[in-house]
Design a protein around this ligand. Structure first.
Ligand code: 2M8
Length: 444
């Protein structure tokens, strides 16, 4: 274990507190993403959560991923929410109406969209922990890998085909929720063109579970979110029909970088168990998306851009999406420029920041809002992704800086969903599982 005392709270104590959050968010079957706000299993949350759980028990971590895999659609899609039996959340299964699709999984209720493909990155991290824990956990890991490799492969293949049929190297999302960064300014322009018509009324539940509703998306945002859900239900979740009819179609650069990174990592795991042709297939996917991400870098700003597929327009607001190359690599010059920018005054080096961590939007961008969700606050899981990728690339200095600053931020033990970048105040949900998970990984 790493020596890492923070000024405010020793790492051992923080790890204990984080472990307690994970235990208390375990409903006996799965971990809820957050106790009140998110009372179900979310796809990319589950990946981060499993990395934290591995420090407590590798089999328990793998069980979390099994629960998710069981909900995989016949197309290969891993759904963004796996619903439990209870929990006050909107939209629930009744609004998603995924029973209209012949491709939905049997015996489990899910949403009908996806989230960023970070699962294999988590899986490899669990494998590292398992190796350190000895033969029994190592064996459990290998068995799980053999049993689920085809599921993860099918998931990546689905993203690379159904969502990038033209082999552009950026896969397409059909809802801001698919990016995991719901109301990020990344999506302002495409959402401005989503104009909801008459729709079945609905009642938001999310605003009941946060201190200040201004920390959440607006009502106008939600109308668009649900409008798109209704459009997909109308299309019976048929990938081809949705691609032709949905009002939101954007090439997501950040998730494409994660797909490249995760495909490389999964290729290595596949090789470990002698699955050579699967590994080759995954490396081809990785290469395509790495190229797509590098091609999306703006020569003016040096930041990567999403692309609106309906208008063809590049989207260049200064958000964390811009640093996608720092996840998947692909061009040393671009990477060096991005590293300097990330640590510079528009980002981690902004003089007003309480902790030198990556804010979700640059404080110097017009769209920046310091306490509103994905429009400015710092998200521990995102900082974990950048730290983890830096460490994998051999950039221990960046990885350690992000870890140390994050441990200082997290030392209040509120395990908030996100943090005010200037005051360090916890925002959104408290005892958020994925925040506890990365805190545990950083301090274990
Ligand atoms: C947030 O998204 C959900 C919808 O999926 C919501 O606001 O209701 C996002 O932060 C997303 O990235 C995250 O996976 C989810 C659960 O933590 O919450």
């Amino acid at each position: 274990s790493r020596a890492a005392d923070t000024p405010d709270r020793p790492a051992g104590e923080l790890a204990e507190a984080a472990a307690a959050v994970l235990r208390s968010n375990d409903n006996g079957v799965t971990l809820v993403a957050a106790p009140e706000l998110y009372p179900h299993q979310w796809s990319w949350d589950a990946a981060f959560i499993s990395v934290g759980l591995a420090h407590l028990s590798v089999p328990r971590a793998l069980a979390e991923l099994s629960f998710l895999v069981r909900a995989q659609w016949r197309t290969g899609m891993i759904p963004h929410i796996v619903f439990g039996d209870s929990g006050d959340y909107f939209p629930g299964p009744r609004r998603w109406r995924t029973e209209r699709s012949p491709n939905r999984p049997a015996g489990v209720a899910t949403s009908g969209i996806c989230q960023p493909p970070v699962h294999s990155i988590a899986l490899a991290a669990i494998g590292d922990v398992a190796r350190r824990h000895g033969a029994t956990e190592r064996r459990a890991f290998d068995e799980f890998l053999r049993a689920t490799l085809d599921s993860w492969l099918a998931w990546h293949v689905w993203l690379a085909t159904a969502r990038d049929p033209g082999e552009t190297g950026l896969f397409e999302i059909h809802h801001g929720w698919e990016s995991g960064m719901d109301n990020s300014p990344r999506w302002d322009a495409p959402y401005s063109r989503v104009v909801p018509g008459p729709m079945e009324p609905f009642e938001r539940r999310d605003i009941l579970h946060v201190e200040d509703i201004n920390e959440r998306p607006t009502d106008a945002d939600y109308r668009r979110y649900i409008w798109l859900v209704d459009q997909m239900a109308e299309a019976r979740y048929d990938d081809d029909v949705i691609a032709r009819t949905i009002d939101f179609r954007v090439g997501d650069v950040f998730s494409s970088a994660l797909l490249a990174q995760a495909s490389d990592v999964l290729a290595e795991l596949a090789e470990d168990i002698g699955r050579r042709s699967a590994a080759e297939q995954l490396r081809t996917i990785a290469a395509r998306f790495r190229r797509g991400v590098i091609e999306a870098v703006s020569p003016e700003t040096g930041l990567a851009r999403d692309r609106d597929r309906i208008t063809g327009e590049w989207l260049s607001t200064a958000t964390i999406g811009g640093f996608a190359p720092m996840l998947c690599g692909g061009d040393d010059g671009i990477l060096a420029g991005q590293r300097a920018k990330l640590l510079g005054p528009d980002w981690c080096g902004h003089p007003a920041l309480r902790y030198a961590l990556v804010p979700s939007t640059s404080p110097n961008d017009d769209a920046f809002q310091p306490s509103r969700y994905w429009r400015g606050p710092q998200w521990p899981v995102i900082n974990w992704l950048f730290a983890h990728a830096a460490s994998a690339r051999g950039d221990a200095e960046l990885s350690e800086t992000l870890r140390e600053e994050s441990l200082r931020q997290l030392s209040d033990a509120s395990f908030a969903e996100y943090y005010h970048p200037f005051t360090g105040e916890p925002l959104g949900s408290r005892y958020q599982s994925w925040t506890a998970a990365v805190a545990l990984d950083w301090s274990a």
